[in-house]
Design a protein around this ligand. Structure first.
Ligand SMILES: [Zn+2]
Length: 135
């Protein structure tokens, strides 16, 4: 095990956000991997829907991605999706910080900035459209 990253996010909210945001990519990743772990992704989503403890399953999913040849696993996706705590930095441009869309269930740390040409995405966990929030 070469995982020296010192994971400190027990709820896995950021990794769950990666799942929520990049569901299709992660699914494709799992499909192309050596194991039949596509099912695992569905189990993670189901557990998240139920409000269960997903931290353990998220870790398994993370490991499965790594086993599939992606050394960063889920953390490779979290880099792109960012984290909720970076949502309100002091210097953020107010022009685009007025509205943000968040995970409707609050289960994951996903957020999405409104884009004129793009429809509001759905949460992969609840299946509902992201919740609009004022900053
Ligand atoms: Zn979500």
């Amino acid at each position: 095990m070469a995982d020296g990253s010192g994971v400190t996010s027990p709820g896995g909210a950021e990794r769950l956000a990666a799942v929520c945001t990049h569901l299709e990519e992660i699914r494709a990743d799992l499909r192309s991997g050596p194991s039949e772990e596509v099912d695992l992704l569905e189990r993670v989503l189901a557990a998240a829907r139920d409000g269960g403890d997903i931290a353990g399953m998220i870790s398994v999913l993370h490991a499965a991605l790594q086993a599939g040849g992606d050394p960063l696993g889920l953390d490779g996706y979290t880099d792109h999706s960012g984290a909720i705590r970076s949502l309100r930095p002091a210097g953020i441009s107010s022009a685009r910080a007025e509205l943000v869309y968040l995970c409707p269930e609050g289960r994951c740390a996903r957020y999405w900035w409104p884009q004129a040409t793009a429809p509001v995405p759905h949460c992969a966990i609840s299946g509902s459209i992201l919740r609009r929030e004022r900053l």
